[in-house]
Design a protein around this ligand. Structure first.
Ligand SMILES: Nc1ncnc2c1ncn2[C@@H]1O[C@H](COP(=O)(O)OP(=O)(O)OP(=O)(O)O)[C@@H](O)[C@H]1O
Ligand SMILES: [Mg+2]
Length: 268
């Protein structure tokens, strides 16, 4: 993804993106962070052509995001909206999940097997015949996730995928993202969960007022001044281990390091 001098002005005069430039290599786990209103959703919507650049340019997987390439880009880049009800419109859950693959003009057997698999992955097989508008928020989110997975995109663009999910499915989604990543899928998510971003991301981008405040590896999130400027918190594990020579990024890593340190102390 190449974004060059991107500006975006909403019709009421709000400048959501301000001369933003970014270059994101393929096959990364990317976390986009920033305060409410910093421009994350506006930026993501440019990556699958929901918004077209007004000024500046966006290139996704080699295709410029413009009217001519928008359909191709939407096949390659699957987008999960932050509000799932905005992407559910069919009369049943299974019809909704089938909508995308059917538009790809796949044969009915392939559509059905993709739908079945995506619904299994999202844990919503039992909801297949329900109207999506009757579902709970987390269930709607799962249906929207299944709809994206059924398209088998090469790039996943997930806007706050974990909000509203119960902890068990959030963990399953995390495992699923990892599996897709190893199948050569690039993933970009927005999140307000700095602990999750610290544990998961290879590449972190922090937005502030429509501009890139900082980007780099997840270690960026250890920088208290930067995080304060971005209205974010330092991840819990980074705070707990600050001033030590240990920097675990997951609870499991922290546990291992502490056990090792304890063993060393006993030996001494
Ligand atoms: N349709 C719209 N019309 C006018 N202004 C808008 C519209 N959508 C977003 N904005 C404004 O654009 C700015 C960026 O919004 P955006 O939704 O991209 O932020 P965000 O970083 O995703 O925030 P959040 O963390 O709350 O999801 C905000 O000031 C917002 O009020
Ligand atoms: Mg948003």
């Amino acid at each position: 993804m190449e974004i060059r001098n991107l500006n975006y002005l909403y019709s009421d005069g709000t400048k959501a993106l301000n001369n933003l430039s970014l270059s994101i290599p393929r096959y990364r786990r990317v976390a986009l962070l920033g305060a409410n209103g910093s421009g994350k959703t506006t930026l993501l919507q440019h990556l699958n052509g929901l918004l077209l650049p007004q000024d500046g340019s966006v290139t996704v997987m080699g295709y410029p995001v413009d009217k001519k390439h928008v359909l191709k880009i939407r096949q390659l880049a699957g987008m999960l909206f932050d509000t799932p009800e905005d992407q559910l419109f069919s009369t049943t859950v299974s019809e909704d999940v089938a909508f995308g693959p059917r538009n790809l003009e796949l044969d009915e057997q392939t559509v059905n097997s993709r739908v079945r698999r995506a619904m299994e992955l999202a844990g919503i097989t039992d909801l297949a015949d329900k109207p999506p508008y009757n579902l709970s928020l987390g269930q709607k989110k799962r249906v929207a996730i299944a709809g994206v997975l059924a398209m088998e995109p090469e790039l996943l663009i997930f806007d706050e995928p974990f909000s509203g999910l119960d902890p068990r499915f959030a963990a399953q989604l995390m495992d699923l993202l990892e599996k897709l990543f190893h199948q050569k899928c690039s993933i970009i998510i927005t999140t307000h969960d700095v602990d999750m971003a610290y544990a998961w991301a290879d590449h972190v981008i922090i937005l502030s007022k429509g501009q890139v405040l900082a980007e780099g590896t997840a270690e960026l999130l250890q920088d208290k001044d930067l995080m304060t400027e971005a209205s974010l918190n330092v991840p819990m594990l980074a705070t707990a281990f600050s001033g030590t020579d240990m920097a675990p990024r997951t609870p499991a890593e922290a546990n291992q390091l502490l056990r090792f340190a304890q063993r060393k102390t006993k030996v001494l």
